[in-house]
Write a protein that binds this ligand. Structure first.
Ligand code: NAD
Length: 258
């Protein structure tokens, strides 16, 4: 194995179904021998996550964690501490915004919609980093998922772009706070991938077509490409990297419009 994560435990948050980026990350980490703890939002998803987890080798914990609820976050991480002990990393693959605010003009966003997107998609990283820190006594790697729409204006991405900008800044502040504990914090900026969350974004098919035509690699990003990049960031190969936004997007972000 090029990367060996055996005897290490990683928390993977945000598997909804087999298309989820979190699932690709879980498969990559499990492939390197890691023990996993899956967290899911809401009872509706439990069965999905359990049946996916069962397809992986080894024993993997599956626990509920609604990221909007501080008590539930505390409860989940206490449970992880009890059942898994020390953890070596965490993949935060969670975002949410109202569908009707992911099209048209950004300025129509409501206060509630704005706060909802910030709460679930940006603040939640800080909340889980705080809860995970005491369990990461051997250091480790926290990874989140971001998108180009937080750096540049991407049509229809709107309030989620503003949330990703906050998420990207959080990655840097958290990296600075947690570096002294040997904990690295990085984001992967993935090119557009057809998942449940992406379904809510207006004009998504046109975006995929544009990537195929113009991205340096002339192809859209796959979940597996993101999973492999996450495996690298989770491993000691990335021991010198923190506070970084790593683009896994066929190079699309380097282009200008012309
Ligand atoms: P997905 O729908 O499979 O995953 C989103 C997850 O967020 C779901 O599992 C959902 O249950 C979870 N979630 C929502 N509200 C929650 C809450 N209150 N508590 C806990 N979990 C909650 O879609 P995905 O595309 O795999 O998204 C994962 C991450 O990747 C998101 O941050 C997304 O913004 C990011 N991302 C996606 C793309 C893309 O094109 N798909 C591109 C770049 C970044």
């Amino acid at each position: 194995k090029a990367i060996d994560l055996s005897n290490r435990t990683y928390v993977v948050m945000g598997v909804a179904n087999k298309r989820s980026i979190a699932w690709a990350i879980a498969q990559a980490l499990a492939g390197a021998g890691a023990n996993l703890v899956f967290t899911y939002a809401g009872e509706r998803l439990e069965k999905n996550v359990r049946s996916l987890a069962e397809t992986l080798e080894g024993e993997h914990l599956v626990l509920p964690c609604d990221i909007a609820n501080d008590e539930e976050i505390d409860k989940t991480f206490n449970e992880i501490k009890k059942k898994a002990g020390v953890i070596h990393g965490l993949a935060h693959c969670i975002a949410f915004a109202n569908k009707e605010e992911l099209e048209g003009e950004y300025l129509n966003v409501t206060r509630d919609g704005y706060l909802l997107a910030q709460n679930i998609s940006a603040y939640s990283l800080t909340a889980v980093a705080k809860a995970a820190r005491p369990l990461m006594s051997e250091g480790g790697s926290i990874i989140t998922m971001t998108y180009l729409g937080g750096e540049k204006v991407v049509r229809n991405y709107n309030v989620m772009g503003v949330a990703k900008a906050a998420l990207d800044a959080s990655v840097k502040y958290l990296a600075n706070d947690l570096g002294k504990d040997g904990i690295r914090v990085n984001a992967i900026s993935a090119g557009p991938i057809r998942t449940l969350a992406a379904k809510g974004i207006g004009g998504f098919n046109n975006v995929l077509k544009e990537i195929e035509e113009r991205a340096p690699l002339r192809k859209t990003t796959t979940q597996e490409e993101v999973g492999d990049a996450a495996l690298f960031l989770a491993s000691d190969l990335a021991r010198g990297i923190t506070g970084e936004i790593l683009h896994v997007d066929s190079g699309y972000n380097i282009l200008s419009l012309a």
